[in-house]
Design a protein around this ligand. Structure first.
Ligand code: ATP
Ligand code: MG
Ligand code: MG
Ligand code: MG
Length: 565
């Protein structure tokens, strides 16, 4: 590709609304542009990276025996009624009504659609096991889209669904997918860890997430220091730095919001037991470094909580059962004054905690000081994964736990008969009897992988692409080619040779000052840079610089292909 034919839209300044480095660099390097909240356009340079990532995933899925399909992104509500998720999924599901007043949704995932296909196409156990995958756009109306494509509303996912006669067969495919995922993330060049995951509200048995380790990760991962034990920890269990705590507490104010909900509303909205709602909302509904104040109104009937919040908080939601709130701050009903009991809750972008705060009525001398939440605010639903902090003994009995941050890039799940039984997906088994199919599902956030790769590979000059997904492997920069016909011609020749050798090369023929061209290419993150100038040409030499190591070298022009390869 010639740079003169390519949209290269680099930005010098860091966009103010981009909080994490991958989001900043994707904007600055001209990979993506924002259309609206959680919606992004992939520019040509970014799309090349996305397609290379996709190609690796597709290759490994094909090798693992999965078959590619492409399902519609718009799905009829009837199927979601059948699986009982039309009600359960909550506002993350974007619902659409067509001109005939029929209800649809924009697919956040495709269990229903694929199970519907399989119940029609697959009749006999002889057709099992079978594994279908697609690479397709999903829509989730995330409560707080952020970090660019890391948590977008529209994003690209590889989702696969396998179907089996029995659990042993499911386990086999699950293991194959586990291995395929490990190969995919290794080939892309990521530092990742598979960890045990919560099976949550979907139900089912075994589940693993694949996490890219990065300090900006929204998940906390617990690792044993002595064994292979690794598991996702609830976000709220992590510990935020004390400095942030104090700073945020100082700026705390409360504002009135008209919002009033019952805890049952919230519980239904989140599809979680009421006891888990507070914690979830602290994490999902709060802005970084913000302070959320919970206010129990004196006149509430103990089924209702009114939320007051910091003006920075976009979503006015903070709830818990009143009993839990009172219990955990050591207060009792008597602490609620005529105006209310105010409980400031500090939330950082990835962790929620509360300690040593002041609460009480909004009246002078009606305060409690040194109030702390208990660590057991939520009822643990996976005993060994909840309420974990660094230094706790590892649940496998070996060593103690370290906590690290991770970005969930993949998730594999044994669904069992959850969907197939509700949708009545059956086959005839060996004895001619009808038997419910057993299922697994396997997701990779393709667009999130690209962002995660940048989180792990960057420096103050910009992105440092892992070779496998770099938009171009090599950039060739002719110096002062507009003045030197020799340089121009030789660069053209080398460019053709590299292309013929199957090397993905960008010829920077924009005629920019070398310093400007180099800065652009470092920001974009192309792994190898070749520089051809008059002086080199006189000696038959070309200059080389590695983006990752920053090390330079010079070698004969004739050996350019084998050196780069
Ligand atoms: P998260 O915990 O980050 O919300 P999830 O558990 O809801 O993700 P899954 O249902 O497991 O997501 O979907 C499979 C994969 O899709 C995830 O592992 C993740 O990589 C990706 N993904 C999910 N939500 C988003 C999003 N909003 N933006 C980008 N990628 C996403
Ligand atoms: Mg999610
Ligand atoms: Mg998750
Ligand atoms: Mg998941």
């Amino acid at each position: 590709m010639r740079a003169s034919n390519l949209l290269i839209s680099t930005l010098k300044e860091t966009p103010a609304d981009a909080e994490i480095v991958s989001h900043q660099l994707m904007l600055r390097a001209g990979l993506i542009r924002r259309l609206a909240s959680g919606l992004y356009t992939w520019l040509p340079m970014g799309l090349k990276v996305l397609r290379k990532t996709e190609a690796i995933i597709r290759d490994e899925m094909d090798k693992a025996g999965a078959q590619e399909v492409l399902m519609p992104s718009v799905q009829p509500s009837e199927l979601w009624q059948e699986s009982q998720r039309w009600e359960k999924y909550g506002p993350e599901l974007l619902r659409i009504t067509d001109r005939h007043q029929r209800e649809f949704c924009y697919g956040p995932t495709h269990e229903e659609v694929i199970t519907d296909l399989v119940r029609q196409e697959i009749r006999s156990y002889k057709q099992l096991p079978i594994n279908f995958y697609q690479i397709q756009t999903k829509f989730r109306d995330e409560i707080r889209p952020r970090f660019g494509l890391m948590r977008a509303r529209e994003f690209l996912m590889k989702d696969a669904y396998s179907f089996h006669l029995d659990h042993a067969s499911l386990q086999q495919t699950y293991d194959d997918m586990f291995a395929a995922y490990s190969r995919i993330f290794s080939r892309i060049g990521l530092d990742f860890r598979p960890v045990q995951a919560d099976t949550g509200s979907i139900g089912g048995n075994a589940s693993h997430e694949f996490h890219v380790l990065a300090s900006s990760g929204e998940d906390a991962i617990a690792f044993s220091d002595q064994s292979d034990y690794a598991a996702n920890v609830e976000l709220a269990e992590a510990i935020a730095p004390a400095g942030q705590r104090a700073a945020a507490a100082e700026t705390m104010t409360t504002v009135e919001t008209p919002q009033q909900h019952t805890i049952d509303d919230v519980s239904q909205f989140l599809n979680k037991p009421a006891t888990q709602c507070l914690k979830t909302l602290l994490v999902e509904g709060a802005e970084e470094d913000s302070v959320v104040a919970l206010v129990l109104r004196g006149d509430h009937d103990l089924n209702e909580i009114k939320a007051e919040k910091h003006p920075l908080v976009a979503e006015p939601l903070t709830f818990a059962t009143p009993e839990k709130v009172l219990e955990s701050c050591g207060a009792n009903i008597g602490s609620i004054g005529p105006v209310g009991l105010t409980i400031p809750v500090l939330v950082d972008h990835a962790a929620a905690f509360v300690s040593d705060f002041v609460c009480g009525a909004n009246d002078d001398d009606k305060h409690l000081t040194g109030v702390n939440w208990g660590r057991d605010l939520a009822e643990p639903d996976t005993a060994d994964l909840r309420n974990v902090v660094a230094g706790d003994p590892s649940p496998d009995g070996q060593g103690t736990l370290d906590i690290a941050r991770g970005i969930e890039v993949g998730h594999i799940f044994q669904l069992g008969e959850n969907y197939s039984s509700k949708l009545n997906a059956v086959v005839l088994n060996e004895t001619g009897k009808s038997q419910v199919i057993t299922m697994g599902c396997y997701g990779i956030g393709v667009s999130r992988v690209v962002a995660a790769a940048i989180e792990q590979n960057n420096d103050d000059r910009g992105i440092i692409w892992p070779e496998a997904i770099a938009p171009y492997q090599v950039v060739l920069v002719p110096v002062n080619a507009h003045k030197s016909v020799r340089v121009k011609q030789k660069a053209e020749e080398i460019y053709q040779q590299l292309q013929a050798a199957g090397i993905d090369v960008l010829l920077d023929d924009r005629g920019l000052r070398p310093g400007v061209a180099f800065a652009d290419m470092e920001l974009i993150g192309i792994p190898h840079r070749l520089i051809l100038g008059e002086r080199g040409l006189d000696n038959g030499m070309i200059e080389y610089k590695s983006r990752r190591t920053g090390e330079g070298d010079e070698f004969p022009i004739e050996s350019v292909i084998e050196t780069i390869k």
